[in-house]
Design a protein around this ligand. Structure first.
Ligand code: TNX
Length: 521
């Protein structure tokens, strides 16, 4: 008789469907019937090689310690351990973000080629544990993981979330929480919209008034704020430990009132406009014929590039209604090489598409139709496309007319609208091979608190994350709706505010104290 693995007295709720409930859906996963492993007070995390894998292990340990109360020491050793994170190639998908996860009666092994792969594997492991593992306070368990395996890798290289910190400033602690939230679903880029009419949010040594004066305002007249260089480095480093690359955006030549208010010489009429705290767009512009403007851009891009290890620098370029088309083209023909000279790759909103090409540039599509011939033409000249169609991916759109914050110019976006499209075949003339990935932008004209940020993110961000990560063949609304429902108790345990979409059959939050329940919206 083969040995029979001992079964816990009550079958944990995560047992039967855990491997079928993962979000984003993995490339492959199977449970092993009758096999379990239970995390206990003696569990250690073995990890190799140090220090890259140790950072991933420490993050996992911190999450697990919080909810289990167990010590979970991280042991830098390649030997077998109850939880083992290690670099390997055998059986691991050939992709820098791929991983393989195995759960046997002896423990959990995550194998990957890189720290990013290991990190994604540990995020999957969290979803295989009971929902209470997301709690900020220690609970009794049992912390049982059903046996089985996952092999996984992303469909698209770029899965992004954008936060507009210009319309309403968010302190560093909120950005770190935002990073934690998006990393749950294997998002790997954080796009920070750092500048707009209402505020300039990053310190620039050569132009100190940008942040000091241009940063001291926001929509509605609040105090605003800005990130020091140390703040920004902290964000970049924290993001890196969650396998996330920061993409900074300096939006030019429009959306620049805060910069013009700080420095009159950047303005076409050499006069500083007053600080702006409204929500109109398209009324401001840099002096596109002035050399001072290009000196300014050179300084700003050089300082930002020096702070940014990631490959991209986003130059905005949207809604420059005050700049005639010919001047816009001239401006972008000068601006993009300034970015390239810093060693970075240009990213920009799709208004950039019919301006001069720059090597490998990324055009971020935010239109509402499935056809844009200038974008398709830019692709023939070598551009790649990042998809953020406003009627699919804009997380500042309301879910329904009674959503307390948000816009509706691109429509009302329930979770099914956000999920039910294929990035690989969305834009006419843009083949999947030209699609770098997907990004969900959150504009914050009306979003003023972290609870509101979370409300707009959940449950739609996981939908975008899944479109970016999961194989095209897994896309199925009914299946996604079922898997998403299983995430609800995790968000409740983590204290995440979310929209209880009527399209999803959320499980009852049995026994949860009412304060921990998400608001019904
Ligand atoms: C358009 S999308 C904008 C933003 C607004 C947003 C509101 C884009 C590139 N520009 O300035 O915040 O709509 O939904």
């Amino acid at each position: 008789m083969p040995p029979v693995a001992p079964r816990p007295r009550s079958v944990p709720s995560n047992e039967l469907s855990a491997y079928a409930d993962l979000v984003p859906a993995p490339v492959g996963a199977e449970p092993t019937a009758g096999v379990h492993w239970t995390l206990s007070a003696t569990t250690a995390i073995h990890t190799h090689p140090a220090p890259v894998a140790v950072a991933v292990a420490e993050h996992l340990a911190a999450v697990l310690r919080r909810a289990t109360g167990h010590p979970l020491p991280v042991v830098p050793d390649d030997g077998p351990g109850p939880i083992r994170l290690h670099f390997a190639r055998d059986g691991v998908p050939e992709h820098s973000e791929g991983y393989r996860l195995d759960v046997t009666a002896d423990g959990v092994t995550v194998a990957a080629r890189t720290a990013a792969g290991l990190f994604h594997g540990t995020q999957t492991l969290r979803q295989l544990l009971p929902a209470e593992v997301e709690s900020g306070t220690a609970g009794p368990g049992p912390w049982t993981v059903p046996g089985g395996y996952v092999v996984d890798r992303p469909r698209f290289a770029y899965r992004g979330a954008m936060l507009d910190v210009a319309r309403h400033f968010r302190p560093v602690a909120d950005i770190l929480r935002f990073i934690d939230l998006i990393s749950l679903y294997k998002i790997n880029h954080l796009h920070l919209h750092l500048t707009d009419d209402q505020g300039w949010r990053i310190a620039i040594d050569n132009w100190p008034l940008l942040a000091e004066y241009g940063g001291a305002s926001e929509v509605g007249g609040g105090p605003g704020g800005h990130y020091s260089k140390a703040d920004y480095r902290r964000i970049v480093e924290y993001a890196a430990t969650r396998a996330i690359t920061v993409v900074p955006e300096i939006d030019v030549p429009g959306h620049t009132n805060a910069a013009l208010a700080a420095y009159a010489e950047l303005s076409p009429d050499r006069t500083s406009p007053p600080v702006y705290t409204g929500t109109e767009v398209g009324f401001s512009a840099l002096a596109v014929h002035s050399e001072t403007t290009y000196d300014f851009l050179h300084d700003v891009f050089t300082e930002i590039a020096a702070l940014t290890p990631g490959p991209y620098l986003h130059v905005g370029g949207d809604e420059a209604f005050k700049v005639p088309a010919a001047d816009y083209a001239t401006f972008m023909a000068r601006t993009q090489p300034l970015v390239v000279a810093t060693g970075k790759t240009v990213m920009g909103w799709h208004q950039l598409a019919d301006t001069a090409h720059s090597p490998g540039r990324v055009i971020q599509f935010w239109g509402t139709s499935d056809r844009d011939d200038t974008v398709a033409d830019a692709v023939t000249r070598g551009a790649r496309v990042l998809l953020s169609p406003a009627n699919r991916a804009y997380l500042d759109m309301k879910y329904a007319t009674d959503t307390p914050v948000g816009h509706d110019w691109a429509g009302l976006l329930e979770v099914r609208d956000v999920y039910d499209w294929d990035p690989g075949s969305f834009l006419a003339g843009v083949p999947e091979s030209a699609v770098l990935g997907v990004e969900a932008p959150l504009w914050t004209e009306s979003v003023t608190t972290m609870a509101e940020v979370e409300l707009m993110l959940f449950p739609r961000l996981p939908a975008i994350a899944e479109l970016g990560w999961s194989p095209a063949g897994t896309r199925d609304w009914a299946g996604f709706a079922r898997r998403l429902a299983a995430q609800g108790p995790r968000w409740s345990a983590a204290g995440i505010t979310f929209h209880r979409s009527p399209q999803i059959s959320w499980p009852a939050v049995a026994g949860a104290p009412s304060a921990a329940q998400p608001p019904a919206t």
